[in-house]
Design a binder for this molecule. Structure first.
Ligand SMILES: Nc1ncnc2c1ncn2[C@@H]1O[C@H](COP(=O)(O)OP(=O)(O)OP(=O)(O)O)[C@@H](O)[C@H]1O
Ligand SMILES: [Mg+2]
Length: 337
């Protein structure tokens, strides 16, 4: 029997690991909790449980910032812990396929490779796949034979807008807008209009439930601290106000989609016109974004069932389907790009 193979999508807020051994996708928060400056207290979802609630001697943090590795030591620790958990405490030599953003520096890309190499997970082989290519496969597109595909991944702190053709990336742009920015928009408007300070987790809950509130014709409910009295309180917030707070961030995404479309060679543009835009990433589900992109560009927007793990789904196809294996490349190939 050969080595096991893992496929990893290291996001700013979530890490997803495809495990070939049982054909499953594992997902946890990409977060670490450190106590008294240097003791590991918790990781993954349990670190996230402490986020915004822990006393000051406990620091919770995301080692990935804006899609790139910012804290190498903690990221290495996390990878080793997650792989160890998936290996039931006994890490064996394995191959790794890792998704990387396209519109980052060569050094930032290499950091993903070095991360796997240096984290003590006994990597036999490390292959790299451009995130947007994996995304396309995860969305069910035969990226190797398709000409002119636009993939927009709205994640936690980034949105990656890419044009694919024949398995390669023609254009890609990474912008700093995503679910975290939407949470912030919601926090800011509630603070401004109601003098109410709410936590990021509360804002995220409101954002995720916004579409349901709208469907039911109900106001959203926010819990927080009143700025004036300093006391905890609950307020009902009209959904129209929340929608209006998100408009500027949505416009940034749409403006950048238009810029990329303008730069796309006309032959590819025709295919994008025919097939529409493929929208994915966890935050792509936020209320009204897909509609607004469609209205502003005049293009169909294809949404998917499980946008949060489309990259990991795509990695599983690269790993398991011979015809897609070549979409992964070794680090030596990197400098050629
Ligand atoms: N149903 C939903 N509606 C709106 N937003 C959602 C929903 N489900 C998840 N999200 C948001 O998706 C974001 C996480 O998405 P994702 O896991 O794709 O990001 P990431 O890969 O960790 O980040 P990045 O790609 O920026 O590095 C969070 O901001 C989360 O609040
Ligand atoms: Mg992501």
């Amino acid at each position: 029997m050969g080595n096991n193979i893992f496929g990893i999508d290291i996001g700013t807020s979530n890490i997803r690991i495809y495990n070939q051994a049982d054909n499953s996708i594992f997902m946890e928060k990409n977060m670490i909790a450190i106590e008294n400056k240097n003791q590991l207290l918790a990781y993954g979802d349990s670190a996230y449980d402490m986020f915004e609630k822990a006393p000051s001697n406990i620091v919770t943090s995301y080692p990935v910032v804006n899609g790139v590795i910012a804290d190498i030591n903690n990221m290495e620790t996390l990878i080793k812990l997650f792989i160890s958990d998936l290996s039931k405490g006994n890490i064996k030599p394995a191959d790794y396929y890792i998704a990387v953003p396209t519109d980052v520096t060569e050094v930032e890309k290499r950091a993903f490779y070095d991360l796997i190499k240096d984290s003590g997970v006994k990597a036999k082989k490390i292959m790299v796949v451009e995130k947007a290519v994996a995304d396309g496969l995860g969305l069910g597109i035969d990226v190797k034979n398709s000409i002119g595909v636009m993939v927009v991944n709205v994640g936690y702190s980034t949105t990656e807008i890419s044009i694919l053709s024949l398995g390669g990336i023609v254009l890609s742009k990474l912008i700093k807008v995503g679910g975290y920015v939407f949470d912030d928009d919601i926090r800011n408007i509630i603070r401004k209009e109601y003098n109410l300070i709410i936590g990021q987790k509360s804002a995220e809950k409101i954002k995720i439930s916004l579409a349901d509130f709208e469907k039911e014709g109900k106001n959203a409910v926010a819990f927080g601290r009143d700025i004036v009295t300093g006391l905890p309180m609950e307020r009902e917030i009209p959904t129209e106000l929340l929608d209006s707070s998100l408009v500027d961030s949505f416009s940034q995404i749409i403006d950048n989609i238009k810029v990329i479309l303008e730069r796309t060679p006309p032959e590819l543009g025709a295919d994008i016109y025919r097939h529409g835009i493929y929208l994915t990433g966890g935050a792509s589900k936020v209320s009204k974004l897909a509609d607004l992109i469609s209205k502003s560009t005049g293009l169909t927007v294809n949404v998917c069932e499980s946008p949060i793990d489309s990259v990991a789904e795509g990695l599983s196809k690269v790993i398991n389907e011979d015809k897609y294996r070549k979409l992964a490349y070794t680090i030596e190939g990197m400098s050629a790009k």
